[in-house]
Design a protein around this ligand. Structure first.
Ligand SMILES: Nc1ncnc2c1ncn2[C@@H]1O[C@H](COP(=O)(O)OP(=O)(O)O)[C@@H](O)[C@H]1O
Ligand SMILES: [Mg+2]
Length: 241
């Protein structure tokens, strides 16, 4: 919608949430999580989303990634409302344009790092050889050249998350969404992962949205928005800049 947000006039909006409402109904109550929430993600940026536990960060990320339909409002990907397209569009959108990285890695335990990283490409019907080449290339990029044939049980947390990052990028997504990607890592592995994300951002102009509750991680990102009471606003650091 508006690329003319203050300070971002020259930047292209890749995806945006517009007036998104989301609530969950349980037997006892209705929990309002997102309320007329607006967020723009610009091409080529590493955007952080911070906020207290339970505030709705994952809910917002899932709405952006086509995983969870908002009650009202829209999610516009390159200007197109992803939740108002014909049947089957959301699957294609997710497979074709979005990569996901989760806190607990979600690697398949019986498969090697290479097979795990190839998986989304095979699901997308890419032939085995090109899927393998792309996965091998990415595993080298994330420093896992010597661990490709290891299974997740033989990898550290930091190594597992680097494999998950390679898997998330295998289909060359426009946007990589990461939900607390360092939540299960120690400081050293966390710093390494963020450095790697920054390297991939620089090398490939890869866009990232990273949900984190770590100030340490947030401090290393380009732009950080905070979710409070269903609304997203710039953090103090952003305001000073
Ligand atoms: N499927 C669900 N059913 C009911 N409540 C949910 C569901 N998913 C999330 N919630 C609630 O919505 C709120 C926001 O959840 P979430 O987006 O996971 O927060 P965060 O990622 O910021 O910790 C929390 O109060 C959570 O308990
Ligand atoms: Mg969460």
């Amino acid at each position: 919608m508006s690329d003319l947000n203050s300070g971002n006039a020259e930047r292209k909006c890749l995806i945006e949430a517009v007036n998104v409402d989301k609530s969950y109904s349980t037997k006892r109550e209705v929990i309002h999580v997102l309320s007329q929430t607006n967020l723009q993600v610009f091409s080529g940026e590493v955007l952080g989303i911070v906020g207290a536990s339970g505030v709705g960060k994952s809910t917002l990320l899932h709405a952006l990634g086509g995983l969870d339909r908002p009650l009202t409002g829209s999610v516009l990907f390159k200007g197109k409302d992803i939740y108002k397209q014909s049947n089957g569009y959301l699957d294609k959108f997710r497979n074709g344009h979005i990569g996901f990285v989760f806190q607990f890695f979600n690697l398949l335990p019986d498969f090697t790092a290479l097979e795990n990283a190839m998986f989304p490409a095979l699901i997308k019907n890419q032939d085995n050889r090109s899927a393998r080449e792309r996965a091998e290339y990415l595993l080298c990029e994330v420093g896992m050249k010597d661990r490709m044939n290891h299974k997740p049980g033989e990898l550290s947390g930091g190594e597992s998350q680097r494999v998950a990052l390679a898997r998330g990028l295998v289909n060359q997504p426009d946007l990589l969404l990461a939900d607390e990607p360092t939540g299960n890592l120690d400081h050293h592995a966390s710093d390494q992962l963020i450095e790697l994300i920054r390297k991939l951002n620089q090398e490939f102009n890869q866009t990232f949205v990273i949900v984190t509750h770590s100030q340490r991680v947030a401090g290393k990102l380009d732009r950080v928005m905070e979710l409070v009471d269903g609304k997203v606003s710039p953090t103090k650091e952003n305001l000073i800049i």
